[in-house]
Design a protein around this ligand. Structure first.
Ligand code: ATP
Ligand code: MG
Length: 616
């Protein structure tokens, strides 16, 4: 008989495995430590970083602190002060509850904890390396906790290899802290990087001044308040007016009982409220705080704690949508009544802000919670993968390239096909006009083609920008008065890190202190466009591209954004010469059938099918 082969893993190995889920990068460490400080009732959180947090993350708070026994226990797996029994799991009011963050972080770094409950002589200093306790001794410390995390992943080189540049890691940290700071305006947050101050967000009693600190005054004047209560649910916060929108879904800051969440139901509900008000594929900015009985929402879905499950999913969905619609109606939505429209600007006047702003709960009775991402948003690449294309075709009931005409038997309607490289070329057709000021109509012996003028022009401009970049000949126009644009700190950092790529494409940008960015030149082709909107889209794309993106991919995405903004829009009437010129240029491109974002350019209606439909 062979011996048993199953073993309980040693604790340090179990911790390392748990760290794999909890600690992905410096920003995840910052998230966990800031959450701990918030849970400990801190009024002020100071974060010092070195080399994008890779070399050092140092977080200091003025919270409750820990005594010696608790400080030692805190690094044990499943040791927590936040829940005790089964039923507590369904009534969670703190950010943490799993009791795994500190042991996970300590397993993959060198940690120095100094903490005190404020009683004289109670301060303690603990040193832990790779999960092993090296030293414990008494140390003077004011009430609160200081945690230094050095050399993240020093003992897991595979993980270390995946870390990005200091700027990129810093930008992730900044976004993480921003999400938490938006949940708790009553706590002051400060971030220093390599000794330089990056973020300084003083404490406020309301959320609007915090939004202004982080996003700038411009955005605040584009927000309308949302405040609604019904059936035990409450929603407070702000959404952007319909003319102010973004590409990336992470412009939605949604909090459930103070916890930042990325949730499909919530996202869908917000978009539903804006249905028909925004251009396609754009999302509003939103800062929304849902309050719901903790028993009706499960936060224990994933170790990152950003996902939730609602017991009454559809009720929550319609409550959120309805609340936002009400807010838009009375606060300046596109279809707002005249009186509300007149009140539009007043909606951000300071005295009204005071009344409508979200009131931060008394810390002693309620501990709200925040926190960061993991949204499975796949950035769209140059061309759709076959599966994507198939899905697109299916969703539109359109035949894919190369598909036969067997559908005809069941329907007499001519089934259009997406044109692709294996089918006919545009030279088989001649341009005859435009329909709906959006599509160019071509005809020929073989049938008829509809060309989407926007995607066609996008393709032409994309290849033109690409070629000009290669030849280093992108024409830039220096601005007589450089533009000062406000972004969030994370965005400003990201822009700074892309300065070289942007310059090669005609955008000369430089940091202008704080959250401001100075734009000195823009590509000539875009000189009459909204520069802030373009740079914001560039940032959103870069954020979506995320982690493993190469400079080439990044440049490709920037060019795609530029092409999209410079291209002729749907709804724009074109002269005959303009149509002819566009078709000529489109034919000369390398990929004349797909736009840089992967959307199709042309639909082909075969003559034989057209005739059959008319029973000829
Ligand atoms: N900054 C702090 N101030 C006071 N106590 C703290 C601090 N950080 C951690 N603790 C204590 O250490 C315990 C363990 O922290 P840890 O982050 O590992 O677990 P948790 O917060 O309980 O749960 P989670 O793993 O979900 O974060 C906490 O429950 C808390 O009692
Ligand atoms: Mg914790």
């Amino acid at each position: 008989m062979s011996g048993s082969i199953i073993r309980v893993l040693p604790e340090d190995l179990a911790n390392k495995i748990a760290a794999g889920e909890v600690v992905e990068r410096p920003a995840s460490v910052v998230k966990e430590l800031v959450e701990n400080s918030v849970d400990a009732g801190a009024g002020s959180i100071a974060i010092d970083l070195e080399n994008g947090g890779k070399r050092l993350i140092h977080i200091q708070d003025d919270g409750s602190g820990m005594n010696r026994d608790d400080a030692l226990l805190a690094f044990e797996r499943h040791a927590t002060s936040k829940i005790r029994a089964n039923e507590d799991l369904f009534n969670i009011r703190t950010l943490g509850f799993r009791g795994e963050a500190l042991p996970s972080i300590a397993a993959v770094s060198k940690v120095l904890l100094t903490t005190s409950t404020g009683e004289p002589g109670q301060g303690q200093k603990l040193c832990i390396e790779g999960g092993a306790l090296r030293d414990v001794k008494a140390a003077a410390h004011p009430k609160g906790t200081s945690l230094m995390v050095r050399q993240l992943f020093f003992n897991t080189p595979a993980r270390r290899k995946f870390l990005k540049t200091d700027q990129t890691e810093l930008s992730h940290i900044s976004n993480t802290v921003m999400r938490q700071a938006l949940a708790r305006p009553d706590i002051s947050f400060r971030i220093n990087h390599n000794g330089r101050n990056l973020v300084n967000a003083p404490a406020h009693s309301q959320i609007l001044p915090r939004i202004m600190d982080l996003f700038g005054r411009d955005l605040v004047s584009d927000l309308v308040p949302v405040q609604f209560r019904k059936n035990g649910f409450g929603l407070d916060g702000y959404v952007s007016k319909p003319h102010c929108h973004r590409v990336a879904k992470d412009a939605l800051f949604f909090y459930v009982n103070g916890r930042y969440v990325k949730d499909r139901v919530v996202t869908h509900a917000v978009l539903e409220a804006f249905r028909g008000l925004l251009p396609k594929e754009r999302v509003p900015m939103a800062f929304l705080y849902l309050e719901i009985s903790p028993g009706s929402v499960d936060v224990n879905v994933h170790p990152s704690k950003t996902e939730v499950r609602f017991a009454e999913q559809s009720e929550v969905h319609s409550f959120i949508s309805q609340s936002i619609k009400e807010g838009l109606k009375s606060g300046g939505g596109k279809h707002a009544p005249a009186e509300a429209a007149r009140k539009k600007e007043a909606s951000v006047a300071p005295e009204v802000r005071e009344q409508t702003a979200v009131l931060v709960k008394d810390k002693t009775s309620y501990v709200p919670l925040p926190f960061p991402p993991a949204f499975p948003f796949t950035p769209r690449r140059e061309y759709p993968a076959p599966a994507t294309q198939a899905k697109y075709v299916q969703s539109r009931h359109i035949k894919g390239p190369g598909e036969g005409s067997e559908g005809l038997k069941s329907t007499p309607v001519p089934a259009p096909r997406l044109m692709d490289a294996s089918s006919l070329g545009y030279s088989d057709f001649r341009t005859i006009g435009q329909i709906d000021n959006s599509f160019i109509v071509l005809e020929g012996k073989k049938g008829m083609v509809l060309v989407d003028q926007h995607t066609a022009h996008e393709r032409v401009l994309y290849e033109r920008f690409l070629a000009e970049k290669e030849k280093k000949s992108v024409e830039a126009q220096s601005l007589l008065f450089p533009l000062t644009l406000e972004f969030t700190k994370g965005e400003a950092l990201l822009l700074e890190s892309m300065a070289d790529e942007l310059e090669a494409l005609g955008f000369e940008v430089e940091s202008f202190g704080g959250n401001s960015v100075l734009v000195r030149s823009v590509p000539s082709l875009l000189s009459d466009k909204d520069c802030k909107l373009i740079l914001r889209d560039v940032l959103d794309r870069a954020a979506l591209l995320g982690k493993g993106a190469s400079l080439e991919e990044l440049a490709g995405d920037i060019i795609a954004v530029m092409a999209c903004h410079a291209a002729v829009r749907a709804g724009q009437s074109l002269k005959r010469e303009e149509m002819l010129s566009l078709m000529e240029k489109l034919q000369a491109t390398n990929r004349p059938f797909t736009c840089p974002h992967g959307r199709p350019i042309a639909l082909f209606f075969e003559m034989a099918q057209i005739k059959k439909s008319f029973l000829r």
